[in-house]
Design a protein around this ligand. Structure first.
Ligand SMILES: [Zn+2]
Length: 244
């Protein structure tokens, strides 16, 4: 296997009446020469950020590349944890995020000055980032959403979809929550499915694509715990969310 991929946080989809949870997927990709992050995890991970990296034997300083799928808050808020990295963003997304008139309210504007002074690699469709990883433009959720395709030694292709496919449900139904351009979104979902046999969505764990089916590879449970004087649902101190 050319690339070893560890999912550091498998995201989860969900929203309150007034806003999104923002639990984006965060993963570590390694080959012999590179230590690469897929997005940067959601803001609530910051307390344990170093610890999570240490569990995988790395520090933020070791990271050579950060592949940003887009610049929303739940995918790009921890860019400052990687002082030596080259940040990979699609050219379209960079222009969109920097367009004060056009950008949406979920853009992580606080990350922009940091990225501006970092080593920034602006990519377009098909560009190779490191040998074996290429950019696959998948707009719709935002105009510059970019997925990344890893090609393994055995020829299998794994697609890191970002929010172009947020979860197993969107891949199955090809209908999504939150798109700025539904026609582009549906074309992007088809592109993702055609590009590989395994997909890591933007808010879920790995799924395998087989004969037109979308098969989750594992459970994706999130345990919410309460304490310090707060219980929920009539006395519980924890609640498990399970994605079907
Ligand atoms: Zn997003």
């Amino acid at each position: 296997m050319k690339f070893k991929v560890d999912v550091l946080f498998s995201g989860f989809s969900g929203k309150l009446e007034v806003g999104y949870l923002g639990w984006g997927t965060w993963a570590l990709i390694r080959d012999e020469a590179h230590t690469i992050m897929l997005d940067t995890g959601y803001v609530g991970l910051r307390q344990n950020y170093d610890q999570i990296l240490a569990q995988h034997g790395i520090k933020g300083e070791d990271v050579t590349h950060v592949l940003l799928t887009h610049l929303h808050f739940d995918h790009a808020c921890n860019v400052d944890q990687y002082p030596n990295a080259t940040f990979v963003v699609s050219k379209k997304e960079w222009e969109y995020a920097n367009d004060v008139e056009k950008r949406d309210k979920f853009v992580e504007v606080a990350a922009l000055p940091y990225l501006e002074k970092s080593n920034l690699m602006l990519v377009e469709d098909g560009d190779e980032i490191v040998p074996g990883i290429t950019a696959l433009m998948t707009p719709g959720h935002t105009p510059g959403c970019c997925s990344y395709v890893l090609e393994q030694d055995d020829g299998s292709k794994w697609v890191l979809a970002g929010d172009a496919a947020k979860n197993r449900g969107e891949l199955r139904t090809e209908e999504v929550q939150m798109s700025m351009d539904p026609a582009a979104t549906s074309a992007s979902l088809k592109r993702i499915k055609a590009a590989g046999n395994r997909v890591l969505p933007g808010h879920d764990g790995w799924v395998t694509l087989k004969d037109g089916e979308v098969i989750p590879e594992g459970g994706n449970d999130k345990v919410l715990t309460f304490g310090q004087g707060v219980t929920i649902n009539g006395g519980l101190n924890r609640l498990t969310l399970t994605m079907d």
